[in-house]
Write a protein that binds this ligand. Structure first.
Ligand SMILES: Nc1ncnc2c1ncn2[C@@H]1O[C@H](COP(=O)(O)OP(=O)(O)OP(=O)(O)O)[C@@H](O)[C@H]1O
Ligand SMILES: [Mg+2]
Length: 469
């Protein structure tokens, strides 16, 4: 078997050394640096498990692949828990060994690359990929991405809306060996529960009325890649149980189906709610909570890292400058002052939108405070509109409705589109606000500068009066 493997691997261009026992192998590894080792579990003298441990002591990142008889898969699993990379069962196909070896080496390279990256990052960079930031909290985030990316571990990203959760999820994927496979995003919040399940796991024909054809799910699509479960706090309890199963057993069943399907998917989850509190209230499964909490990336709100505001401004000036063919734009110091003083409830997304709008609207080569929306950074005084009545009078109900609508719109804008925050500002319950938003059909303003007419971009309460008069 040793010699067969030697021929196979040399044929692929690897340099190979053979050892006929565990002792001999460890001795070799003491003298020559290796990238990977292939070990039989059953060996006379030092057995596979002991050899594994000795090799790992020499080089913690050595990729060790165990060869095992079908009957002793249990052993192989134990070996993986002790740091083996993977295992093959005898008799094995050549391709099987080659694929595993390639993966193992790829991961090792990635770990090396990521380590170098991390050193560079600590020395000089203010960003990681396209994630801008440099304070201690963001460094911790970058470090975690680099360290955790090559593994298969589940990652939970927490942070307020607009803090960059999706950006981080993508960075984790691109720095893993899954980078050439799919990165599938699931917006758990947008789908009704039963649709969510069939979206995730697919369904068989006839699983429910309307299931005329069988359908694959997103977990099929994400096989060998990563799946990003956004707003995981919105996943209903029954679906949480199924998710747990995929995480633990790496298998699932289609809706209405009996067959178990194996997948190899890396799960990255994000939330902007307090999952621990949800768990305590019985709305989130405890076992899933702890499974998710293995690696936890906490994104700080922008107001807690104001030092990064100038960096981010520069980053977005370049981005939107290029997009709009207005390169070399500068931000006037007064405009930056406003931005430094502001709380950014919508975090980086809100800042990005403010800069995009300013770039689009700017005519010269500078951006002054006049291009920054009124609510940013300026202490505001609430003013009631002055009503001017037309001679024929006006419907009281219509005026009140218009007034409520305008007030809600302005507050949403000031809250960076975050409903919870807007409700706080108006001293009403989030549910009440949400009802009104629905009743008045207030669209979440996609606050992209291009969608906003200049005069509508700075809504003033006084406009309510304008409408009336
Ligand atoms: N550190 C950062 N550097 C550069 N851009 C950022 C950063 N953080 C966020 N952004 C940008 O802000 C926008 C919002 O980021 P993202 O979608 O990742 O936020 P999120 O946390 O997923 O928000 P939500 O909870 O609302 O979904 C994106 O356009 C993203 O590119
Ligand atoms: Mg998001």
């Amino acid at each position: 078997m040793r010699e067969i493997l030697e021929t196979l691997l040399k044929g692929e261009g690897y340099s190979v050394r053979l050892a006929s026992s565990g002792e001999e192998g460890v001795e070799l590894a003491r003298n020559v640096p290796f990238d990977a080792a292939i070990l039989d579990v059953m060996m006379p003298g030092m057995d596979g498990m002991q050899t594994l441990e000795a090799l790992k002591k020499l080089d913690e990142e050595l990729a060790v692949i165990m060869v095992t008889a079908y009957a002793s898969v249990e052993n192989a699993i134990t070996a993986m828990k002790r740091g083996a990379f993977d295992y093959v069962t005898k008799p094995f196909k050549n391709d099987e060994v080659l694929v595993i070896l390639r993966n193992a080496l790829e991961r090792r390279n990635l770990m090396n690359e990521n380590r170098t990256l991390r050193q560079n990052l600590q020395e000089r960079y203010n960003h990681f990929d396209n994630i801008v930031g440099r304070g201690a909290a963001m460094r911790r985030v970058f470090d975690l991405i680099i360290q955790a990316a090559p593994s298969r571990s589940t990652i939970l990203i927490q942070g307020e809306s607009g803090t960059g959760k999706e950006l981080v999820a993508r960075a984790i994927h691109t720095h893993s060996q899954r980078k050439d496979r799919a990165f599938v995003t699931v917006n758990s919040g947008n789908l009704p529960p039963d649709l969510l399940e069939s979206t995730l796991f697919g369904h068989v024909k006839g699983a429910f009325t309307g299931a005329v054809y069988p359908k694959k799910g997103l977990f099929d699509l994400a096989d060998k890649g990563s799946i990003f479960l956004d707003e995981i706090g919105n996943i209903p309890l029954e679906t949480q149980a199924k998710l747990l199963r995929v995480m633990q057993e790496r298998e699932f069943m289609r809706l209405g189906g009996m067959e178990t399907i194996k997948v190899d998917v890396r799960i990255i989850a994000a939330t902007n709610v307090d999952l621990r509190k949800m768990m305590e209230d019985g709305r989130f499964r405890e076992d899933l909570f702890y499974r998710l909490h293995v690696i936890n990336v906490q994104l700080p709100p922008l107001r807690d890292r104001r030092d990064d505001i100038p960096l981010l401004v520069q980053h977005f000036l370049e981005k939107y400058g290029e997009e709009n063919r207005k390169t070399g734009l500068d931000l006037a110091p007064e405009a930056l002052d406003l931005m430094m003083a502001y709380d950014w409830p919508g975090n980086v997304r809100e800042l990005e939108n403010v800069i995009e709008r300013a770039v689009v609207l700017s005519s010269g080569n500078g951006i002054g405070p006049d291009l920054i929306p009124d609510h940013v950074g300026r202490p505001t005084v609430f003013q009631m509109p002055r009503f001017v009545l037309p001679p024929e009078g006006i419907s009281f109900k219509d005026v009140i409705t218009d007034f409520e609508k305008a007030l809600i719109e302005s507050t949403l804008e000031a809250a960076g589109g975050v409903q919870k925050r807007a409700a706080e500002l108006l001293h009403i319950k989030p549910t009440t606000l949400n009802e009104m938003i629905k009743r008045y059909d207030i669209r979440p303003r996609r606050r992209r500068a291009t969608d906003i007419a200049p005069e509508a971009a700075e809504p003033e309460l006084a406009r309510a009066a304008g409408d009336v008069g």
